[in-house]
Design a protein. Structure first.
Length: 286
């Protein structure tokens, strides 16, 4: 009495969307299968020849010989004993004796000899003294001369000692000044050397910096080339994401086991409606 109906539903992806997804899958697979590409270029710039020359200059630096000579001077002065210092003082004292004391003594002796002659002549002419008194007088005059001479010599000897000490002190000062001069000259020369080497290092550093910029630029270009396929794929994925989901065609059918009964019921409903219309028509006519 009843019959059934059967329907099926089938959805198909839009061909454009399907083609794009298949293309993206192929590109992704290609990128995944790409072997690792090692960068074979230089990453760090080597030393510029000017820098190498500067480093060689630094390596060749030694202690200036002037430092050794100055050190020897100071060491010699520090090791000098009091006896050695006094020997140097006596050397200058002897120079003072020969140059000052001996000439003054000789001059004093000549003057005293002249005085003796004058005194003897005066005593003889005056006849004032006998032989005894004359001898006493002359003895006192000689004693006075000797005392005066010895005092003069003692003073001159003290002056000679002071002269010797002053000369030794001045000599030491000159030696120290000379040592300081050698150290200063050596230091100035070394600073000039270091300045020249530093200038070479700076110039070489500039050249090395230019080369390093070129190496860094080449490496960055390599990295951009390696990343470009992935970046392009990312753009395609973004574009694919703009396509709405679910577009395409859908065809379907359904299965209803009570389909015949529903048709019969519909027929009965139609008959009932017709009967009601007939009764109403007859009632109106009667």
């Amino acid at each position: 009495m009843g019959s059934t109906t059967t329907s099926e539903t089938k959805s198909e992806m839009d061909p454009f969307q399907k083609e794009m997804l298949e293309d993206l899958y192929g590109r992704t697979t290609e990128i995944a299968d790409t072997p690792f590409a090692q960068y074979t270029g230089d990453l760090v710039a080597g030393l510029d020849p000017i820098m190498q020359q500067a480093y060689q200059g630094y390596g060749a630096l030694t202690l200036p010989s002037e430092y050794g000579a100055a050190s020897d001077i100071y060491a010699g002065m520090a090791a000098e004993t009091p006896e050695q210092r006094m020997s140097r003082v006596r050397g200058y004292q002897d120079m003072y004796t020969e140059g000052v004391i001996d000439p003054m003594l000789a001059q004093a002796e000549r003057r005293r000899a002249q005085e003796r002659v004058g005194e003897a002549a005066g005593i003889t002419k005056a006849g004032a003294f006998g032989n005894v008194r004359r001898g006493v007088f002359e003895g006192e005059r000689e004693a006075a001369y000797d005392t005066s001479r010895d005092a003069m010599v003692a003073g001159l000897m003290q002056q000679g000692l002071s002269f010797g000490e002053a000369q030794v002190a001045a000599e030491n000062q000159a030696r120290m000044a000379g040592a300081q001069g050698m150290i200063g000259a050596a230091g100035a020369g070394r600073q000039a050397e270091l300045g020249a080497l530093g200038a070479q290092m700076s110039a070489g550093g500039l050249m090395r910096g230019v080369e390093q910029e070129g190496l860094s630029s080449a490496y960055e270009q390599f990295m951009r080339e390696q990343q470009y396929p992935l970046q392009a794929l990312t753009g395609l994925f973004s574009t694919a994401g703009l396509i709405p989901a679910g577009i395409g065609t859908t065809t379907g059918s359904s299965y209803d086991p009570y389909g015949g009964m529903k048709a019969f019921g519909s027929a009965l409903e139609g008959a009932g409606s017709a009967g009601q219309g007939y009764q109403a028509y007859m009632g109106a006519g009667g």
